[in-house]
Ligand binder design. Structure first.
Ligand code: ZN
Length: 100
């Protein structure tokens, strides 16, 4: 993927995320990229926003069975299993960009 396309994708992601909270799937569809590619763009965007009075906010993944919230999660990726009840039905995290 060339550099201009990468920059365009990130700009588009930022403008979508400033309008509404989105899941990884929403983002992948909005900018036409694979879900697995969304994560590293999000990591880059999070860093680049530090200089812009904006912040990437994450409504964390949550277990649909017991309500466990994955607050301490260091990556944007979906967890495979709930550590509390061992179930695998996990509600999507929501990402958005807000002014600091
Ligand atoms: Zn659970």
């Amino acid at each position: 993927m060339d550099r201009n396309r990468t920059q365009t994708i990130r700009q588009e992601m930022i403008s979508h995320l400033e309008q509404a909270p989105l899941t990884v799937r929403d983002i992948s569809q909005a900018v036409s990229i694979m879900e697995k590619d969304v994560f590293h763009h999000l990591a880059f965007i999070e860093k680049s926003l530090r200089h812009q009075q904006k912040k990437l906010r994450v409504e964390p993944y949550q277990c649909l069975k017991c309500g466990f919230v994955f607050k301490e999660r260091k990556t944007f990726k979906r967890p495979g299993k709930c550590p509390k009840c061992r179930e695998g039905r996990i509600a999507s995290a929501l990402f958005r960009i807000e002014p600091v």
